[in-house]
Design a protein around this ligand. Structure first.
Ligand code: PMP
Length: 431
């Protein structure tokens, strides 16, 4: 449809209000009606261009409508779209083979589903089947899904809508050194965040939880990168109590943080990895992967009607091919360093900037209140003004005051400077 014939934001909002469940919220006071995407850019119904620094929440790692993914999808759609796993098709097994080649350690077997939430549900089931236990530990400020169990594993009240969450889940303080939950500072602390894991096992569980869920770097929790010692030490505690480690790499997986998986940064190999988002190249995907030994306990029938369907699996194969061929994981590391450096140079001393942190192309800028505006309102204002200037950023954190940068991994250095300079300008006019 030509751009001037599209209905525009007002009509979209009216229909949304009338027909969607009201929980489906959107960003911005004046949201654009997005109608097209290409590479790093999105376009609205007024023909305005936006540089996308949020990638549909860490999904469009190769940018929008990457020709190789789009061609692969179109070819597959014209050939075979859907059968379910009760019939044999090739893309699902080829994808499982490709994923096995990039998984760390002995992880080699995968179950495909359709979302990150479904992946975490499956991982919890698998951990229960393997250990014969059913309690879980998770981190405060973590996000693991919007289904009943996913929400119950989530440690952010913003996303815990259910007044009667699933029991048997204990949340422990996260390793967030900026604003340490124990009031300590890194280098001088005794890793109370690790002690808290053991204390929780001993005091708030039967002593035998099945597993602990972690986001290696918390995304919705405000881009929290734990200190280098955290996961190796946590692994020791979990091993002591024969618990599994489940790394939720839904947001961090496939190069986002400058490693294929974020857990690779700490040389800690989880027992189960869950993922989704970027792998599907824009098509809905979820998966959990594990070792041969753990996989062997899940032999009763399992299925996800659309899981590993030919279209998604083909898109994912095209995505993995480009990701590796074009060295985008290393690129994420390199460009991520430039993004951090540029933010620090331009905004490091800005009075409203509390903290700048991240790894690879997963970066957060925590804002603080001015004399006249609280930090969450300021974040909303900055987000809105950046959008009006043609730049889309994200917003995360338990206080919703962390500007979030997760651009496609194909972002150019000059585009990084553009967004950072504009952010400096937008922040400078706020009182
Ligand atoms: N885990 C993490 C770390 C996530 O960021 C998300 C989504 N933001 C989920 C799980 C849930 O994924 P989905 O929305 O695909 O169910």
């Amino acid at each position: 449809m030509p751009e001037n014939k599209t209905p525009g934001p007002k009509t979209i909002i009216e229909k949304k209000k009338k027909y969607l469940i009201p929980c489906v919220y959107h960003f911005y006071k004046n949201p654009p009606h997005i109608i097209r995407g290409q590479g790093l850019y999105l376009y609205d119904s007024q023909g305005r261009q936006y540089m996308d620094f949020y990638s549909g929440v860490s999904v469009n790692a190769l940018g929008h409508c990457h020709p190789e993914i789009t061609d692969a999808i179109c070819r597959q759609v014209k050939t075979l779209q859907h059968t379910t796993t009760i019939y044999l098709t090739e893309p699902i097994v080829n994808l499982a083979e490709q994923v096995a080649q990039i998984l760390p350690g002995k992880l080699c077997r995968t179950f495909f589903c359709c979302s990150g939430s479904e992946a975490n549900e499956g991982a919890a089931l698998l951990a229960t089947l393997y250990t014969g236990r059913s309690e879980f530990l998770a981190l405060q400020n973590g996000l693991h899904g919007r289904t009943k169990l996913g929400m119950s594993l989530t440690g952010l009240s913003f996303w815990r809508t259910d007044p009667n969450p699933v029991g048997g889940i204990t949340h422990i303080p996260a390793p967030t050194c900026y604003r340490c939950p124990f009031g300590q500072s890194y280098g001088q602390c005794q890793f109370q965040c690790i002690q808290a894991a053991e204390q929780a096992i001993l005091t708030s569980t039967s002593g035998k939880p099945a597993a602990m869920f972690v986001e290696p770097i918390q995304g919705n929790g405000g881009i929290q990168v734990p200190p280098a010692e955290y996961y190796p030490k946590l692994r020791q505690v979990l091993d002591k109590y024969q618990m599994l480690l489940i790394a939720d790499e839904v947001q961090t997986g496939f190069g986002r943080t400058g490693g294929m998986f974020a857990m690779d940064h700490w040389d800690v190999i989880p027992d189960i990895i869950t993922g989704g988002k970027a792998l599907g190249g824009g098509t809905p995907v979820g998966f959990f992967s594990t070792t041969e030994e753990i996989a062997q306990c899940y032999t009763r029938p399992g299925a996800s009607t659309f899981g590993g369907n030919p279209v998604t699996a083909t898109a994912a194969l095209a995505f993995l091919n480009v990701l590796q061929r074009d060295g985008l994981v290393n690129r994420s590391q390199k460009l991520g360093r430039q993004l951090l450096k540029s933010l620090q140079t331009v905004l490091g001393k800005h009075p409203f900037v509390a903290d700048i942190r991240g790894k690879g192309l997963m970066v957060g800028v925590e804002l603080m209140a001015s004399k006249t505006i609280d930090a969450p309102t300021m974040t909303d204002t900055v987000l809105e003004n950046m959008k009006d200037s043609g730049f889309l950023l994200g917003k995360t954190g338990p206080r919703r005051n962390v500007l979030t940068f997760m651009p496609p991994l194909i972002v150019e250095e000059q585009q990084i400077h553009q967004v950072v300079n504009e952010l400096g300008t937008v922040l400078d006019v706020i009182q």
